[in-house]
Design a protein. Structure first.
Length: 474
């Protein structure tokens, strides 16, 4: 890989008396939290300026803070109109408390004041921070390109042509944000950098990488007919990141839902029945309470479900997998255990969906074990080997390392290469768990029948056939 010779020179200018120099999420959040502290000690005037600068960027929690200030503290002549305007803007931005304020005001404000506030909110436009990269950028790296002012890094397995085309696609999406979400468009400037990660078919993964701070975006967005969904997804990713790091703020995500410890993420493509996905999976999760503890715990070994079926807005409607859903073993980690649903929901029942969650949850449990094996092979066994060597027993040390880690190392390597789908023993154990769940729920699950038929799993097949025969006799 070529060495990196890149000098990024950011120059930040103040766009108004209030606009702040916010060109990344961390600085914006630091300013917001500092303003909240000032407000909590009664320094409302000191908190006003940072809240205003963040509100001018389209940051809904800050807009709600301004609404509260104007409605509760300010004595300016048009305080009610200003308060109602900022409340409306925060509500449009998905802030739950902002929406509650709007509801309260609708029954208390005079019609003319409310109408003026609504007009002000409709005509309001954000102020963009002037974040830019100096035109004299020296660049010699095959794994880095510029998309507008943003750095775009290449992820693993992303080919040259894909990388080049994605840089163009991302640049087009960034240019279109003013049209797609005009009142929220400056939020995209809070993204410090992008990384394109390998994706195929209907995969539309997008997430923040905690280590690098970059926004990871699937290369499969290249299959979109336009750039509108990608543009809005960028804004949505910033909103989710901002709200995830603010305690007193709840984001009413238009295509996502939290059910206990689960996060369900729908699709932005209007033809794939996202609301049905959210409703059916919520029902399935609630139904999991009827399962035995062992099976219930399998389901809740997952904590994220992403809905990614093919759409007419894609160049090809081919999904990223032949399976209804898959456990994403490559992108998941100990704190983020994700499954991807690649088939569009049509006539599936909540019971059938729950059976899928049992299978995927079993894989998530196995992933946790694999990570434990990975730590064992890289940690404890090496420590034991060193201790044995220090005792002068070199052969014992070698035997301990070889015998104690060989099998675990093989399992880790097999998982990294092919995931659970390539492990027959693991696959059959997952199917057997589905059989047990179906028997508990007393359903003739077509998904189980299909899984048992497709997989050479003797134990699961025998248990399922026996259950079906007994059920038919009754």
């Amino acid at each position: 890989m070529a060495k990196v010779f890149l000098t990024l020179v950011l120059y930040l200018f103040s766009a108004s008396a209030f606009a702040g120099n916010y060109c990344d999420v961390d600085s914006a959040l630091a300013s917001y939290k500092a303003a909240v502290k000032r407000k909590n000690i009664g320094d409302h005037e000191g908190a006003f300026t940072p809240f205003m600068s963040l509100a001018e960027l389209g940051m809904a929690p800050a807009q709600r803070q301004l609404a509260e200030y104007y409605l509760e503290e300010s004595r300016v002549e048009n305080a009610l109109e200003q308060g109602a305007m900022w409340a409306q803007l925060s509500a449009w931005g998905g802030d739950r408390e902002g929406q509650e304020i709007v509801k309260r005001l609708s029954s208390t404000l005079r019609d003319n004041t409310g109408n003026k506030a609504l007009v002000l909110a409709q005509e309001w436009m954000p102020i963009k921070p002037l974040c830019g990269v100096a035109p004299s950028v020296e660049q010699d790296d095959a794994d880095l390109k510029m998309a507008g002012r943003f750095a775009l890094y290449r992820g693993d397995n992303v080919e040259d042509e894909t990388f080049n085309l994605f840089a163009i696609k991302l640049s087009e999406a960034l240019k279109s944000i003013d049209k797609v979400a005009p009142q929220l468009s400056p939020l995209v400037d809070l993204i410090p950098a992008f990384e394109v990660v390998y994706g195929v078919g209907s995969d539309r993964f997008m997430a923040w990488d905690k280590t690098s701070g970059r926004l990871l975006v699937s290369s499969a967005y290249l299959n979109d007919l336009g750039e509108r969904q990608l543009a809005y997804a960028l804004i949505l990713s910033v909103q989710r990141e901002v709200y995830s790091k603010i305690k007193r703020a709840v984001f009413l995500d238009p295509i996502a839902l939290n059910v206990g410890s689960f996060s369900l993420y729908g699709s932005l493509y209007g033809d794939v029945k996202t609301q049905r996905f959210l409703s059916m999976f919520k029902e399935a999760l609630l139904l999991s309470n009827k399962l035995p503890v062992v099976l219930h715990d399998m389901v809740y070994s997952l904590n994220e479900i992403h809905y990614m079926p093919g759409s007419r807005y894609h160049k090809s409607r081919l999904s990223a997998s032949k399976e209804f859903a898959e456990y994403d073993h490559k992108r998941s980690n100990p704190s983020r255990r994700m499954a991807m649903v690649f088939k569009r929901l049509n006539f599936e029942t909540s019971e059938e969906i729950l059976l899928q969650l049992v299978r995927l949850g079993y894989y998530a449990q196995q992933h946790a074990l694999i990570e434990g094996y990975r730590n064992d092979t890289e940690g404890k066994s090496k420590e034991d080997m060193i201790l044995k060597a220090l005792e002068g027993n070199g052969m014992s040390a070698a035997a301990l390392f070889n015998q104690g880690t060989a099998n675990k190392k093989d399992l880790v390597e097999a998982w990294d290469k092919g995931g659970p789908a390539k492990d027959k023993k693991m696959t059959c154990a997952a199917v057997y768990a589905q059989v047990k769940a179906a028997m508990t729920l007393k359903v003739q699950g077509s998904i189980v029948s299909r899984s048992v038929k497709l997989q050479p799993c003797t134990k699961a097949r025998e248990a399922w056939n026996k259950y079906r025969s007994l059920k038919n006799e009754k």
